[in-house]
Structures are given as C-alpha cells and as structure tokens.
Unconditional design. Sequence first.
Length: 202
Amino acid sequence: MSDSMLLPLETYEEHKVHIGALQKSADMKPFLSDSTGDGTGLHMINLEHTDARMRVVAQFLNRYDPSRILVVSARQYGQRPARKFAQAIGAMHIVGRFIPGTLTNPGLRTYIEPELIVVTDPQADQQSLSEAVSSGLPVVAICDANNNLRNVDLCLPANNKGKLSLSLIYWLLSREVLKERGSMDDDTWATMQDVTEWESTF
C-alpha cells in the first residue's frame, strides 16, 4: 500500500468507498479487487485506484473555469455532497430532477452552456449524460462496479450509491481541487475539516 495516499486506507473503508455493486461491468473490471466482500457477492473497488484517480480528476477539473463546470446528482444520497462540492469549487449544480433539454434546448429557461459535466452516477444521471454527449462536453463520473464507461471521459471508481461514500468522495475531491488551485487558505480549510457536514440529510 502506498504511503502517499491522500487519506488512510481505513478512512476510505469506514466510509464504504470500496463497497461496489452486485454486478460488474467489463469496463470497470480494471478498477476492481479480485475479492468480493464478506460473502455478500458485492464487488470490491480497488482503493488505490480510487485514490490515484482522485488526483487525476482534481487536476483535470482545474483546467476549466469553475463557473463553467456543471455538477449533477439525481441520486438522493449524492445531492447534498454534490451541491456542497459545486459550491466549494465555484461550479454550477443541478441536484434532483434534471429537466430534459437543459443542455440542448436554448429555448428553455433552464438552458445552460457548461464546458464540463461531473455526474454522480452515469446510470442515475443518464439524461444529463446523454445531453452532455450530444453537446460534445467532457464527462467526469463517479463510477461503481456496474457502470458502463462508454460515454465517460474520466472515471473516478467508487461506491456511488452510499451516503458515507459519496460524502467522502465529494469532500475529498473539493479539497484536492482547492489544493491544486492553491486556494486552500485557513478559512477554506476550516470548512473542510468535518466530512460529516457533507452527508446527505435523507
């Protein structure tokens, strides 16, 4: 195990970041451990891959003007963490229902033109993902063991269904984006101390 992980392995495990889905896709196989968890049949995500990808995703996001990044979460447990992540880095967000045409129909009141989209789950966020692809936008996605990567440009392998996992992933990604940006001052760090603040209230 690498000594230079962003968080201790135990922290990832406590937040169940490694607990994947019952099914696995061929696309996600390289990001999974060989074992399944505790006889449950759930596929385990390799946390070293998660940790390494966190840095890559943070660097990639910082290539874009944050105000032109859109963060999306239809999945209930992802809504609060996704919103807090967007607010922390200065991005746009749509949580809950995604109105069809938001990225493709200029006649809509809700129409926006981001340059990059971050989705919490390619399956649950299928409408926004489809519109991003139609609009030629790069897609960053948190991907579980069962996700298909066909329309995903950059995958962050992690449990994208659990409350604890999503709060930790978005919290850590916020921290890494701000660190990369060089804007992690004491005031900002104070808001990043407690990951439980990021957990969904559902």
